[in-house]
Design a protein around this ligand. Structure first.
Ligand code: AMP
Length: 209
């Protein structure tokens, strides 16, 4: 299974990705996490990314695409992966199409999380409190100013991907305002037919509708 989770910051992509990892036995690739790792490593590229991320802007496409290209080539991605936070621009989506074509594989679905912007700020504030409560290092971009930029980046640069993937027949939408368990259930029921098709194909059986 190769999936993309699409939605604004605070929509619940990371939480649902971790659940899908358990359910399908595939890896979660969060470009935000990968960029934070490279920032923590302190390489020149990582330091540049850190500055951009702290403002809440998007890092350049070529940098993120290079990270994803290297990551999906690793053996643990052979069974599939969940892209969480990538692609975020049409340019990245086109680059991903090229990468997958070169590998001779394709996406199974793109799951869009539909969420009212008004609750996202509250959700991010809750995340900050929870992380602080666990004694974890807070993200440099979980503050009101950076969040405004992140939401603007989503609206301006990422939201057009909804149409991009709808035109390809890959888009599945879930109501991201529901409880965590309800969203998981919605995703699982949307993906069930695709999972069955894959299982049938693996067993050499014709797919059933
Ligand atoms: P996230 O952890 O997905 O919320 O991402 C945190 C930050 O990392 C974003 O606000 C961007 O600055 C950067 N980032 C993550 N993924 C991408 C991407 N696909 N393209 C550009 N910037 C990204």
């Amino acid at each position: 299974m190769r999936l993309i989770l699409l939605g604004p910051p605070g929509a619940g992509k990371g939480t649902q990705a971790r659940r899908l990892v358990d359910c399908y036995g595939i890896v979660q690739l969060s470009t935000g996490d990968l960029l934070r790792e490279s920032a923590a490593a302190g390489t020149p590229a990582g330091r540049k990314a850190h500055e951009i991320m702290a403002r809440g802007d998007l890092v350049p496409d070529d940098m993120v695409v290079a990270i994803v290209a290297e990551r999906i080539d690793r053996p643990d991605c052979a069974k599939g992966f969940i892209l969480d936070g990538f692609p975020r621009t049409v340019g990245q989506a086109e680059a991903l199409d090229r990468l997958l074509r070169e590998k001779g594989v394709s996406l199974d679905a793109v799951i869009e999380f539909k969420v009212d912007e008004s609750i996202l700020v509250q959700r991010v504030e809750n995340r900050v409190k929870e992380m602080a409560g666990r004694g974890e290092t807070l993200r440099a971009d979980d503050n009101p100013e950076a969040l405004r930029h992140r939401l603007a980046a989503y609206r301006g640069q990422t939201a057009p991907l909804v149409d991009y993937y709808a035109r390809k027949g890959l888009l599945l939408s879930v109501d991201g305002m529901l409880s965590i368990d309800q969203v998981t259930a919605e995703i699982e029921s949307l993906l069930a037919p695709r999972k069955r098709v894959q299982a049938d194909a693996g067993a050499g059986k014709p797919a059933q509708s």
